[in-house]
Design a protein. Structure first.
Length: 235
């Protein structure tokens, strides 16, 4: 049986034999926006390898604060990376930000194959390292950078994973991304719109000036890209 191209960076590094084991009898599943794939504290039953879907990784809300986005996953990665540490309880909530397709693999199958293939596990561990770097970068970004530049960074990251300058993001999710109230989202989006960098209406976003938006973003965006480039170029 000839397997289709996985169109996911992590899956593409797998030997074809192992890829068949993971994806045999599987078809890409449709992930609907705002759907929770994994809830914090729950047992992880599946891992997801996005094709053109985009998934937000969120902390749990507290009595004082709303949830905060600490990671974004597109076709460069996977949801459920904590399984590589031998832990099947989700430390974060995974919510679909942008609808699209993904490969879905049973967690027990993924763990079994990773345990049996050390060289492949090493490649996936490099991706785990990238996620840890992004977590640290997001913490620093949230603490030290202004909302407008952080919004620009987030929109560029979404563009890169959605492979489109146009996408839909709810105001509530943007509030989670930025760690601010909806009024703060509105002010930041209005500022970018006045600079003619984006169009924004009822959650529909179009990046109209990509270079301008990159200049408006904080340096964390460039750091994220360099980190991913270093990982994808690793042997």
């Amino acid at each position: 049986m000839t397997m289709p191209e996985p169109t996911n960076l992590l899956l593409s590094v797998l030997p074809s034999k192992l890829r068949r084991k993971l994806l045999i009898r599987q078809k890409p599943v449709w992930l609907e926006a705002s759907t929770a794939l994994v809830e914090l504290g729950e047992k992880t039953r599946h891992v997801y390898f996005p094709i053109d879907a985009v998934v937000s990784l969120l902390t749990a809300p507290s009595a004082e604060n709303a949830a905060l986005e600490v990671g974004l996953v597109g076709n460069e990665g996977m949801v459920g990376v904590w399984l590589l540490l031998g832990v099947d309880v989700a430390p974060l909530r995974a919510v679909v930000q942008g609808s699209g397709l993904a490969w879905r693999v049973e967690a027990k199958t993924f763990r079994r194959e990773m345990s049996a293939n050390r060289n492949v596990r090493d490649k996936f561990n490099r991706y785990l390292y990238v996620r840890l770097v992004q977590l640290a970068q997001t913490a620093a970004c949230t603490r030290f950078h202004v909302v407008e530049s952080r919004l620009a960074r987030s929109l560029l990251m979404t563009r890169d994973r959605a492979h489109s300058r146009e996408f839909h993001v709810t105001q509530q999710l943007l509030a989670h991304v930025l760690g601010v109230r909806r009024a703060g989202v509105t002010r930041a989006a209005t500022a970018l719109r006045r600079r003619k960098l984006i169009r924004y209406s009822r959650g529909d976003i179009e990046i109209t000036d990509e270079r301008g938006l990159e200049k408006a973003a904080c340096g964390c965006y460039a750091t994220d890209k360099e980190t991913y480039a270093a990982w994808s170029g690793a042997g």
